[in-house]
Ligand binder design. Structure first.
Ligand SMILES: *Cc1c(COP(=O)(O)O)cnc(C)c1O
Length: 217
């Protein structure tokens, strides 16, 4: 696939489900990709990108931001508390708010800065032990705790278990968001972004379908 291909599939999925064309944003997940591929997507005009690791993002985006104006960068992977300040300098949104200690750290750091990135609480809908995210049963309370710390949570994020039908997980995420008055849903990756768009995603996170397979070797 490619950026154009993904963009038109996303538009078609939104149209099919009577959603406005701009109701779901495409985050191009550039982690691990060779820099030429990232630059080529930037040159085609795309400006919204996602990265998984603070360190990796710090190594490429400050320079790319000087070359290309209007870049918006979202952190999708787990955030260690000791990298919070660096993350606040780099990212416009954090999709992986997943524990009280991180919320506290963020709340303190944001107070000093005055502005706060867009925040998504990650929910571990599959209750997988190796995965980050709050458990579905703990989500309401965690969201309330974040709000009590003046953290402006705007939505929820999910990474469904690889071997399960993602629609159940997307539906559960939408349900938790709705009952907590949250509008943003970060869900859907290369293999299921069209489904996610039909089920109400406001942010889809697509890597390999845009850039090609990642080479971790
Ligand atoms: C890597 C990653 C993606 C993109 O995955 P693809 O399958 O390449 O589209 C999306 N979300 C998160 C959290 C990721 O880590």
């Amino acid at each position: 696939m490619s950026l154009d291909n993904v963009t038109s599939k996303l538009a078609a999925a939104l149209e099919e489900s009577d959603r406005a064309n701009d109701s779901a944003r495409l985050i191009a997940v550039s982690k691990v990709q060779p820099i030429e591929r990232v630059i080529s997507v930037l040159e085609s005009g795309h400006r919204l990108f996602g990265e998984n690791r603070v360190q990796e993002a710090a190594g490429k985006w400050p320079e790319l931001r000087e070359r290309f104006s209007g870049v918006e960068l979202h952190l999708l992977g787990p955030l260690q508390s000791n990298k919070v300040n660096q993350a606040l300098d780099l990212f416009d949104a954090i999709h992986s708010l997943d524990r009280e200690s991180l919320a506290k750290k963020l709340a303190g750091a944001v107070q000093g800065k005055g502005d706060c990135p867009k925040l998504f609480v990650q929910v571990n809908t599959g209750e997988e032990p190796q995965k980050s995210g709050v458990l579905p049963d703990d989500a309401d309370q965690f969201i309330a705790e974040c709000r009590a710390m003046d953290l402006p949570v705007s939505g929820l994020m999910v990474i469904p278990p690889v071997d399960e039908n993602p629609s159940l997980h997307f539906a559960l995420l939408a349900q938790i968001a709705e009952r907590n008055g949250l509008t943003d849903l970060s869900m859907g990756m290369s293999s299921d972004f069209e489904l996610a768009a039909r089920m109400g995603a406001t942010h889809v996170r697509v890597g390999s379908a845009i850039f090609g397979e990642r080479d971790y070797s």
